[in-house]
Structures are given as structure tokens and as C-alpha cells.
Design a protein around this ligand. Sequence first.
Ligand code: CTP
Ligand code: MG
Length: 236
Amino acid sequence: MIVPAAGRGERLGPGLPKALRPINGVPMLVHAVRALSAATSVSLVVIAAPEDGVDEVQRALAEHGLLDGDGERAGLLVVAGGDTRQDSVARAMLALPDDVDVVLVHDAARPLVPSSLVDAVSAAVRSGADAVVPGIPVADTIKTVDEGGRVTGTPDRSMLRAIQTPQGFRREVLAAAHAAADPTAPATDDAGLVEALGGTVHVVAGDEEAFKITRLLDLVLAEAVLARRRASGVLS
Ligand code: CTP
Ligand code: MG
């Protein structure tokens, strides 16, 4: 499991790197790592931290009992990420041991992902798919627009899916996709790189709780989801 967590969170406004922003007082990344560790299909989590923030991320994980004092714990590794998400994922891939043959990539910015979704993506890859992404139907009508702000089209909404993470891959497929990727036009997800190579990407049912924290309102939603989980007796 690779967790790109090196983003700055510019759309959240000034503050800590996004992965360390708190939700109910606990860094987003800690929520994400707990959820991933609870998935039975995950044996190793490699986190790509901001290049100048590896120590800070290790300290935050240690504070919450996920790493011990010298930055170690079997099954969890922190490496330096890069300037783009694509670069962060590529750097984390270098830290994967040889015997890993299925790789999932999950954004730290989706901290409330249910572990059932992680296991479902992993199972779909293990049952033979090269690449698997979770998707949910889109609620809004989506339009394409040109640079002048004129609408150029309205794709049929029933054909559209909002794509989440974790995205799962056979390791060779993900490695080949990244090897062929253009660093000057970085992709916003890994499946996009597989598509660019002509590979087949399968969609499985996503989960609303795997939503991405992008703007401040998303933090409010995350705290509401945690409150609902607590009220229904699900630990967070
Ligand atoms: N990411 C990364 N390395 C980067 C940029 C992004 O690992 N150089 C990660 C983020 O940490 C996040 C995921 O990619 O988990 C999705 O990115 P996004 O939601 O865009 O997060 P940020 O880049 O942090 O946010 P913003 O674009 O608002 O700055
Ligand atoms: Mg970003």
C-alpha cells in the first residue's frame, strides 16, 4: 500500500501540510493509516511525506502510537515524496520489497476510507484485474468548457463516475505505467497512467465515506461522519 501524503493542502488555506491537519484533534494521515491497517489485505504501508517533512510525519505517527520513537514499526515506512502526486507515488514505489505483487495507492486526503473498500479493491486485483478503481455516480451535471468559459459539451451523466482511492494494480502494470509517464504533464491519479498505455481499468463500487478532503467544508463533513460513527458504536 502506497499513501501519497506529500501535498501542501493549498486549497485548505494556510496551515500544516494537509496530511497533518487535524480531524477531531487527530492528523488526517493517522486516521488514514488506522483505516488501512484495519484492512486484512494490507501488509505494508509506505507513506510519501513532504520532502522537508519526513521527520514531522514520523513524529506525528509516533505520537499516535503508529511508529516507535526511532521511526520504525513493522509494516509502516515513511519516505520523502516529490513535487507532484505522480512523483510522490513513484518515489514510494522504490521502497516496496521485491515480493509485493499487488499495489494499492491511497490518498492520505481520504482519511475516512472504510477498510471494506480497501479489501474490495485488493480482492478485485487478486482475482485477475490489472487495474481497479472505486467509482461513484456523479450527483452534479458535468459540463466541459473552453478557455473563454463557454460550454462545449454535456457528457451523459449516467456514463460518468467520480473516481476515488484506493486504486489497485498488479505491480508490473503500475511500474510500467509510471515508467512511461510524462513528468511534465503529471497525472492526478495512477489509473490515468495505465489508461494512457492502453491498459484496461475496472471500476468497482466506491464508498461515499472515501470522499477527499480538499476544502474547509470537507473537514466539517469528516467530523460529522466521525460523530455519526461514534453514535452508532463504530470506533474511530
Ligand atoms: N500529494 C503528494 N505529493 C504531492 C502532491 C499531492 O503525495 N506533491 C498527495 C496529497 O498529499 C494527497 C493526494 O496526493 O493525499 C491528493 O492530492 P490533493 O488532494 O490535491 O492534496 P494536496 O495537493 O495536498 O492539496 P492542494 O492541491 O489543495 O494543495
Ligand atoms: Mg494537489
